[in-house]
Ligand binder design. Structure first.
Ligand code: EPU
Length: 418
């Protein structure tokens, strides 16, 4: 494993461009299995999770070719199940995303359970029940799932138990080629779910209601290839905005979709961070003192859980006590213990809530990236800590951020990877 070495105390100044969204491109790659024709995907981030899903798809006979740095051509014409890489399947949480398209394509599929970050119990009941409601039978034995839908999926009313992103995406991919009409209620509306729906529409799917909590899908017998540009990653926008704010910097964040970051912007304003929207860019400037805040994560359009941790480090630099409440995951406050080691004044009330009192100076320490978002958060903490911060397991960040340290270096951070 490699590590990041950060020499803190530098303000960030300059321009940083946002990459394509991890959580949009992963289901879109899974959806390429729904057609024999080539799909062109643009603005694809060069991150580890994409690489691993492409490897997994390659083990299924799906070919791909990078036609430029961020453009990809994917062809699933010769897909088959014989050589599926079960080990990668089992180690990747994103492999769940293949359920809907694999069963649509092969109708009888045996696959291992999926892995992923240790951020708490992540139930998959919603995912299983969606496919059952669309007519699949599912058996689980010895860590394997056997899905069977001998005549394909059949359109139905699918009521999800909660606004689950992946369950919605699996249900969508199962419904687009099902016989008849499907209505998905309590659907997730995140920008990445909308982007998947748009890609499926570009492939010929008939979907109404994307971006709302009710999706109506008229099944079609075939889908065709499509040319799609992946949306920018709104989590990156918030992450770089926080990095600019805590260093008292001045950063122009380009390649954004303004609609996707409304709530994050209004939270930043409430805290005292100035943001100015120009054409597809966000200009972030900050001067202290910053105000403490209360934050609760919600499904979209609420505040994203994936930005809860960066706002935790922001809270250490605000005057007063901030309350952060993440009801969605019970393992996502692990970064707080690492921040406390660095000097943060924080009390973890329970697995979902933390009180952070600031402003407190942070001090360089050796800390560990527990998951993608915790890793990015500690890196931001290292930017404002005095002395040297070492972050172990740097690879965890490569799963979700393209050249993160290089992009921070370009705007003034002193950071190396060893
Ligand atoms: N949850 C609630 N209430 C809700 C909806 C969800 O408590 O209304 C809980 C669930 O029970 C679960 C957690 O929230 O424990 C996440 O739920 P979901 O099923 O939506 O998560 P997911 O589909 O497994 C995706 C992203 C995650 C992101 C979540 C939430 C992908 C590949 N993953 O996960 O991304 O945190 O949605 O937005 O899209 C990350 O990028 O670091 C990451 C973990």
């Amino acid at each position: 494993m490699s590590l990041f070495r950060i020499n803190g105390g530098k303000q960030l100044h300059g321009t940083v461009a946002i990459s394509g969204s991890k959580n949009a491109v992963l289901p879109i790659l899974a959806a390429t299995l729904l057609t024999d024709e080539p799909c062109i995907l643009r603005n694809v981030p060069r991150i580890k999770d994409v690489e691993r899903l492409l490897e997994l798809l390659a083990s299924l006979g799906v070919t791909h070719e990078w036609t430029s740095e961020h453009d990809l051509r994917v062809v699933a014409r010769d897909a088959h199940l014989q050589t599926l890489d079960r080990k990668t399947f089992a180690s990747l949480r994103g492999s769940l995303l293949l359920w809907g398209s694999l069963v649509t394509r092969f109708r009888d599929v045996t696959i291992p359970e999926a892995g992923g970050d240790i951020i708490g119990n992540r139930p998959i009941d919603a995912h299983l029940s969606a496919l059952q409601q669309l007519g699949a039978t599912i058996e689980r034995q010895d860590g394997l799932y056997h899905f069977s839908a001998p005549n394909g999926f059949v359109g139905a009313l699918v009521i999800l138990p909660e606004f689950s992103v992946t369950a919605t995406e699996i249900a969508l991919m199962a419904a687009v080629r099902a016989k008849g009409q499907t209505v998905i209620k309590i659907a997730a509306a995140e920008p990445h779910v909308q982007d998947l729906a748009l890609f499926l529409q570009e492939m010929g799917a008939k979907i109404a209601g994307a971006g709302t909590h009710t999706l109506t899908i008229q099944g079609v017998s075939q889908l065709h290839g499509a040319d799609h540009t992946v949306i920018p990653d709104q989590i990156e926008v918030g992450t770089f905005a926080v990095a600019a704010a805590v260093t008292g910097g001045d950063v122009l964040i380009t390649n954004i979709v303004a609609d996707h970051v409304d709530l994050v912007r209004s939270k930043l304003h409430q805290i005292g961070v100035k943001t100015e929207l120009t054409d597809h860019s966000l200009h972030v400037t900050a001067s202290f003192p910053l105000r403490s805040f209360r934050l609760q994560t919600f499904p979209y359009p609420g505040f994203p859980t994936d930005l809860q941790a960066p706002f935790g480090v922001l809270a250490t630099q605000c005057s007063g006590t901030s309350l952060i409440h993440d009801p969605m995951y019970e393992g996502r406050l692990g970064y707080v213990s690492e921040l406390i080691k660095m000097g943060a004044n924080a009390i973890i009330c329970d697995p979902h809530r933390v009180l952070v009192t600031g402003p407190t100076p942070l001090h360089g320490q050796e800390v560990k990236s527990l998951d993608i978002r915790a890793g990015a958060t500690l890196l931001i903490a290292g930017l404002i800590a005095d002395g040297e911060t070492i972050i172990h397991d740097a690879e965890v960040l490569d799963r979700g951020y393209e050249k993160f340290e290089e992009r921070l270096r370009n705007i003034g951070a002193e950071i190396t990877r060893e």
